[in-house]
Ligand binder design. Structure first.
Ligand SMILES: [Zn+2]
Length: 71
């Protein structure tokens, strides 16, 4: 398994996970019982300490929406 790295800058040090709102697509896949969703839920995203605070401010959005806002 590869070490967690920041989804924005690929930094691996000091990373922490931010849990975003689940997208409609994720909810549907979970309902179908997709194993991939259980192991790698797209609403759980790693960020380094530099991007963590900003990411947390957007955790009322889905991960895709949040990343769009943070660009
Ligand atoms: Zn980062």
């Amino acid at each position: 398994m590869r070490p967690p790295s920041c989804v924005i800058c690929n930094q691996t040090e000091g990373c922490d996970i931010v849990i975003f709102k689940k997208s409609q697509k994720q909810l549907e896949l979970e309902k179908k019982g997709s194993a991939d969703m259980a192991f790698n839920p797209p609403n759980q995203v790693w960020f380094c300490s530099k991007h963590l605070e900003s990411a947390k401010k957007h955790n009322d959005l889905t991960a895709d929406e949040a990343l769009e806002e943070m660009k």
